[in-house]
Design a protein around this ligand. Sequence first.
Ligand SMILES: C[S@@+](CC[C@H](N)C(=O)[O-])C[C@H]1O[C@@H](n2cnc3c(N)ncnc32)[C@H](O)[C@@H]1O
Length: 407
Amino acid sequence: MSLDAIRRVVEDRLGFDAEALGESVLGTAVTERRKAVGVADLSSYADRLKRDAQEFQALAELLVVSETWFYRGGEVFPYLARRVAAVIGTGRVFRALCVPCSSGEEPYSLAIALSEANLPPAGWEIDAVDVSPRAVAAARLAEYREFSFRQCPAWVRDRYFQRTERGWDLSREVRERVRFRVGNVLATPPTNPPGYDLILCRNLLIYLTPNARQRVVDGLTAQLVPDGWIGVGHAEPSAFAGRPFRPVGPAEHFLFSRSAVGANAVPRIEPSKLPVPVSAPLPPTCPSPRPVSNPTPPEPPKAEGPNLACARCLADAGQLAQAIAECQSVLGTAGPSVDAYLLLGVLHQARGELGLASDTFRRALYLDPNHAEALTHAMLLSEAAGRLEQADSFRARLARVAAGDRP
Ligand SMILES: C[S@@+](CC[C@H](N)C(=O)[O-])C[C@H]1O[C@@H](n2cnc3c(N)ncnc32)[C@H](O)[C@@H]1O
């Protein structure tokens, strides 16, 4: 028997695109768990997974990618602090949800930015959710290794952490500002009444099947206040295709505001026609997911010559400049390709190099004028730059592609 039945359970419950996750990642995890519980064959293990929630959890821990660090996306946190100040100014308490929160670096970064902005503590609340009990336990413990600060301004660590023998302990004032819980974003019922002003859902959608991505965005949208914001990772804006959202703030922050459906909504695309986001999931040649407690950075795969898998690994580890260099080498050696231009464009955008990002998406569109993800990126960048006519033209092209009407 193959892994198919197990793959279906994983896709159904976690939404993971198990096929793209790599036969070897799933296969290795299943072998490890079968050994641990003493189940000899795949079919019995598949049955066990369906009825034993604890065993499913144990397998999930081996599949999740817990990669995160403080101030990931840098300037987005001070930018969000300004939004929080504006909402508090109206007399409302600002409520944020961070899902997935992994080992806590992201929600704590938000809490630190809000403390830095001297916002009244009674004016804001942060909830944080992750499917991995191990990650949530690490988040509650709030003891971090050097690796968690790999792209974080030094003053953050100096001001809010204390050096210990094990690493760095987060100050109690910040720790107490975030409420953590274990939860599956695919299964969590919306709060009633919906009440989040901001949901950060970064670097999860890239690992999901198109259907799961749609379900997650539907569920999160239902939890937002009418003018609430959602923040996603740099490779994830295409999840907003067809939704009543418009980009807000600098394009490199990947923030979207909920708004009435209208001219600015991104045209709807059926889940099956949605492009697979460019930077994920990790290709099979990449290192397997790093356990939360392991402070060692993953090594990008050693391959002969430049390749996109390596560029994606570097991007996932936050090494954007190296990832760009790798993409450029791929283009130099293998020649132009849509995938390489798309990844390069996303990387430029993540670094705030918006002119370069626009040019690069155009190159991708030159090779494939109907590429939905390239069209989405190009449209959002034009809109963010105030080039509304150009944005409309990309939107119209995207609508034609969505309708299956390929020009
Ligand atoms: C790459 S980390 C992203 C953390 C953080 N948002 C960031 O961008 O740095 C992905 C996290 O998603 C969590 N995760 C995966 N599937 C999930 C699900 N269905 N519900 C909630 N969390 C999930 C994993 O446990 C992992 O901690």
